[in-house]
Write a protein that binds this ligand. Structure first.
Ligand SMILES: Nc1nc2c(c(=O)[nH]1)N[C@H]1C(S)=C(S)[C@@H](COP(=O)(O)OP(=O)(O)OC[C@H]3O[C@@H](n4cnc5c(=O)[nH]c(N)nc54)[C@H](O)[C@@H]3O)O[C@H]1N2
Ligand SMILES: Nc1nc2c(c(=O)[nH]1)N[C@H]1C(S)=C(S)[C@@H](COP(=O)(O)OP(=O)(O)OC[C@H]3O[C@@H](n4cnc5c(=O)[nH]c(N)nc54)[C@H](O)[C@@H]3O)O[C@H]1N2
Ligand code: SF4
Ligand SMILES: [Mo]
Length: 705
């Protein structure tokens, strides 16, 4: 008790909401200032893990560059205005545009932080309803859309995501994920390095398939350097090997699976021997991997960004589930299992047969819609292409597509020409600088926290709520309050619901209601409540009309000819753009928005293009030299970095950077802007099946300065 201020020092517990890992934090604070942010050792899930980004949560709260008041763009720069004035102007402009040009003339783009925000998750559907536009977009189509399409086709609900039972598995096959850096995605599991090491320590295996020998691969039992975008070929060959070995066994879900014959016939041509060259892994190794996977006491294949944001993302996610099912590892301990969250997003999900529904098509390119959204890869087309239904006004809410979407530079131009744009954000950045009105959101420590989404993807069932720790500064408001204001100014009826009232109602009618779970109970347990390990529950989670699993939906089977054609290669592209660009994440930043935190920017270092020294020598490039990377749709100058961990023929640039455009308010980030990989990625490269952006494998060429 030597600390003289100890009487005033308080401790607050909450989950970090930056990435998907849900790490529990212990925050000591006094007089509105943070004294320390440390792991909450009593959190039943994260058990003492955090990463450096959590400590930077305090930086966002005090950041002088945060927007503090609603802003209006004028010829003389940004003018602070009041909330009432902002809402009045938005209401009249948006309603005017919709009256003149139809409801679809106003678009919406939702970014990643919405999924990490209790209020946004609960209130955004209400805003969408009030707007009534079919022109909805989100970062999901630059990310995990193929997972949802696969789940919807096979299980009847896009949010029925099966996650690796990582703490009990004997064999984890990771394809295109780097959880040691990303801390996992569609697999909420705080402390990934420790969980991976525990698999090895209990005698299990971790195998990583990635064109780069990643931080995760270094920790693994074995690494295969696959060619970019060859994962669906590999997965077909793994399933084919298991069939050849007569090792198919549906295990626990044996009585629930339809379509096996159709599957076996559809993938018959993809033998390991046939695909080995294209995949870059020898046929005997593919057969051995399949054998080891099928023979392990329990095993699970987990595939993520590398296997989703690519030309065959849909096939990859389907085949990942197929591999888990045919090897008897679905819905069983140590395999792929469905979480049972306290706020259950599947509650009330209708039983509809997805095979019977024709997806809507986007106006300009005819890309498929999913769950009321169109792919962000076509957002610029919908703004720039004249005609009935063109987007003339846009809301961006917690998104920065100028840096995050494929071909972001074209969106930059498109946004500049909009009749009206509104952004709800915490910064003036590459996207929000184009808005006519910017609305300042509270974030992080300033808002209440409960993970609506990530509990649905978590490897253990837990629940935790935290109220806001600090009051917002200036005129900032919580996102949900801003959304309520927008709904009201559009003329729709806003009720007096709050995130807390909606959360409480969901908990009281949810799967743990009988155990008394409610908001009051969560308030009484600030470290969170443990609801137990994953358990077999497929029969309860499936949402197909007949409650069965569709192993071979025609949507996927029908996409296999496109995969087969990829075996022939494309000589012209190979000649003009001989290298394949892939992305990666850095431990010190989250997407495009955390670079203004003093603790994170200083650690990041320059953004380079990594390439193998053999490629560099051939191209006459020296380590550290400035080079120009060119793709079919753009070019970028940045320093080269030799890296023997990357496969020859492949180059890698970290995502989330490029804060070098004029007019942004992130002053610290602008001192070390880096370059945006999405100046190179091509919006016409998509997974044709789902419409998801195909970032990985973008053909590029490099020339030295
Ligand atoms: N080439 C390439 N591109 C990629 C990726 C890649 O790996 N490679 N990754 C993709 C992935 S996985 C994703 S998820 C997307 C992300 O795409 P986006 O969501 O478009 O990008 P973010 O950087 O997450 O932008 C978040 C925005 O929200 C603001 N913000 C932060 N917190 C809050 C808040 O609490 N409230 C509000 N209102 N605003 C807030 C930030 O200032 C920022 O403007 O990028 C994708 N783009
Ligand atoms: N530190 C940090 N953590 C984050 C984020 C962040 O920006 N920074 N972002 C968060 C978000 S929004 C998400 S969605 C998750 C994503 O988390 P992850 O899915 O783990 O994504 P990445 O770390 O980008 O890893 C993708 C891996 O795929 C590999 N890859 C690229 N192309 C291919 C390919 O064709 N085939 C195969 N097999 N591999 C390929 C890359 O080399 C890379 O190692 O991370 C989250 N966590
Ligand atoms: S791993 Fe993710 S959730 Fe955990 S502290 Fe880091 S940013 Fe926060
Ligand atoms: Mo993401």
């Amino acid at each position: 008790m030597n600390d003289p201020g100890i009487g005033d020092t308080r401790t607050h517990y909450r989950n970090c909401n930056i990435c998907e890992a849900m790490c529990g934090l212990e925050i000591r604070h006094r007089d509105g200032a943070v004294l320390s942010i440390r792991p909450d050792r009593e959190d039943p899930f994260s058990r003492g893990h955090i990463c450096p980004k959590a400590v930077a949560l305090q930086d966002f709260h005090v950041d002088e560059d945060r927007i503090r008041t609603p802003l209006r763009r004028t010829a003389d720069g940004w003018q602070p205005i009041g909330w009432d004035e902002a809402f009045a102007e938005i209401g009249s402009r948006v309603r005017g545009i919709q009256q003149q040009h139809g409801v679809d003339s106003v678009g919406v783009y939702l970014g990643n932080p919405n999924a990490h925000n209790l209020g946004s998750a609960l209130f955004l559907p209400r805003l969408q309803k009030a707007l009534g536009s079919r022109n909805r977009y989100s970062s999901a189509s630059a990310d995990q859309l193929p997972h949802h399409v696969a789940a919807s086709q096979m299980f009847g609900a896009g949010l029925a995501i099966a996650v690796p039972d990582i703490d009990r598995t004997d064999f984890l096959l990771i394809i295109g994920g780097n959880p040691v850096v990303s801390n996992g995605s569609l697999m909420t599991a705080p402390g990934m390095p420790a969980r991976l090491k525990a698999i090895l320590a209990r005698g299990g295996r971790v195998v990583v398939v990635d064109p780069r020998r990643t931080e995760t691969a270094r920790l693994a039992s074995e690494h295969f350097a696959i060619r970019p975008e060859a994962d669906a070929l590999l997965l077909c060959a793994l399933v084919r090997s298991i069939i050849d070995d007569d090792a198919v066994d549906f295990g626990r879900v044996g009585g629930m699976v339809d379509g096996y014959e159709r599957l076996a016939e559809a993938i018959a041509g993809f033998t390991p021997e046939r695909v080995a060259d294209a995949v870059g892994i020898a046929a005997p190794d593919i057969r051995r991997l399949a054998r080891e996977f099928a023979a392990a006491p329990s095993a699970v294949c987990y595939s993520r960004m590398g296997a989703s944001t690519q030309s065959f993302g849909g096939l990859c996610q389907w085949l990942t589930l197929v591999l888990n099912i045919v090897s008897g590892n679905f819905d069983r301990r140590g395999g792929a299992m469905f979480p049972q969250p306290a706020l259950d997003l599947l509650a009330g999900a209708p039983r509809q047969d997805p095979a019977r529904r024709q997806p809507p098509r986007s106006r300009v390119r005819g890309l498929p819609g999913y769950s009321g959204e169109f792919p962000v890869a076509t957002l610029a087309d919908e703004i720039l292409t004249e005609g009935e239904g063109r987007i003339r006004a846009l809301f961006t809410i917690a998104g920065n597509p100028v840096l995050s979407a494929p071909g972001g530079d074209r969106l930059d131009q498109a946004f500049a020409g909009l009749d009206f744009m509104v952004s709800v954000d915490i910064y003036l950045n590459e996207t929000t600088r184009h808005a006519h009105i910017v609305l300042p959101a509270a974030t992080g420590l300033e808002i209440a926290q409960y993970d609506v989404y990530f509990n649905s993807f978590a490897v253990r069932n837990t629940a935790k709520y935290a109220p806001a720790l600090f009051a917002p500064r200036g005129e900032q408001r919580a996102d949900w309050q801003i959304l309520q204001g927008l709904i009201a100014c559009l003329g729709a009826a806003a009720d007096d619901a709050t995130p807390e009232s909606l959360l409480d109602a969901a908990l009281r009618s949810g799967p743990y209601a009988e155990q008394g779970l409610s908001l009051d109970m969560l308030r009484a347990h600030p470290h969170g409540i443990d609801l137990g390990p994953l358990r077999s529950c497929a029969a309860e989670r499936l949402r197909t009309p007949d409650g069965r699993i569709r192993l071979a939906p025609e949507l996927f089977v029908g996409d296999l000819p496109r995969l087969r054609a990829s075996l022939d290669g494309d000589a012209a592209t190979q000649r003009d753009y001989p290298l394949r660009l892939i992305g990666r994440r850095l431990i010190w930043n989250h997407n495009t928005w955390t670079q203004n935190a003093q603790r994170l920017l200083k650690a990041a270092g320059p953004i380079t293009v990594q390439l193998h020294p053999d490629d560099a020598r051939r191209l006459g490039i020296a380590d550290g030299q400035m080079v120009t990377v060119r793709s079919r749709s753009g070019s970028l100058r940045l320093p080269a970095e030799f890296d023997t961990d990357i496969a020859p023929g492949v180059v890698s640039i970290a995502q989330g950077w490029g804060h070098d455009r004029p007019g942004i308010g992130m002053r610290r980030a602008a001192t070390q802007p880096g370059a945006s990989i999405n100046s190179l990625t091509d919006p016409t490269r998509i997974d044709a099946l789902t419409g998801n952006a195909a970032f990985n494998g973008t053909p590029v060429t490099i020339v030295a300065d």
